[in-house]
Design a protein around this ligand. Structure first.
Ligand code: 5GP
Length: 189
């Protein structure tokens, strides 16, 4: 199989990493988004096969048993997320490098399996209050879910030094510029 490169964006939920990933995808680079599989329900507007492969819990567990994942996590209680091996292969075969929007453990997992091919970026919110505010203004999670995500974020922030690079997402335009420069430099190297 042809091998391309992998660019991982990991961050606590609410750090704005999806916005940065989308900005990088707008650039005219041979990059393709890795569509993760998840057992959580789609949110309004999310499309199966575009935002995620939405699988039932049973289906997700069968794929774990058949070792179809490069990495997977029970990111929140009873909500599984994972990267299918077929997703990386599909993109590499198409001559694309792959970009990931995945949680911190998942990002480090990809890096450890593909150390030479991976640029792992940690997107850091300026502080905890901003993170909580961003989660609230998104309006997609219940208060209990927001608290679950904030608690997880505190642990994830400790993993930042294990990444290749940390980008602080305070000023969005600056953060976009920084990730695009880092990605372009990595793809040329
Ligand atoms: P959300 O439910 O907000 O779409 O995603 C919740 C968390 O799961 C986010 O931090 C997201 O990056 C992470 N996530 C999405 N896809 C994957 C994946 O394939 N593997 C892992 N480990 N985490 C993922």
């Amino acid at each position: 199989m042809k091998k391309g490169k992998l660019i991982v964006f990991s961050a606590p939920s609410g750090s704005g990493k999806t916005t940065l990933v989308n900005a990088l995808l707008q650039k005219n680079l041979p990059l393709s988004f890795s569509i993760s599989a998840t057992s959580r329900k789609p949110r309004a507007g999310e499309v199966d096969g575009k935002d995620y492969y939405f699988l039932g819990s049973e289906d997700f567990k069968n794929k774990i048993d058949r070792e179809e994942f490069v990495e997977f996590e029970e990111v929140y209680a009873d909500k599984y997320y994972g990267t299918l091996k077929s997703e990386i292969e599909r993109n590499w075969e198409a001559g694309k490098h792959v970009i990931f929007d995945i949680d911190v453990m998942g990002g480090l997992n990809i890096k450890s399996q593909y150390p030479q091919e991976t640029l792992a970026l940690f997107i850091q919110p300026p502080n905890k209050a901003v993170l909580e505010e961003r989660l609230r203004s998104r309006g997609t999670e219940s208060e209990a879910e927001i608290q679950e995500r904030v608690a997880k974020a505190e642990k994830e922030l400790n993993a930042a030094p294990k990444f290749d690079s940390i980008v602080i997402n305070d000023d969005l335009d600056l953060a976009i510029k920084e990730v695009c420069e880092k990605a372009e430099h990595f793809l040329k190297s």
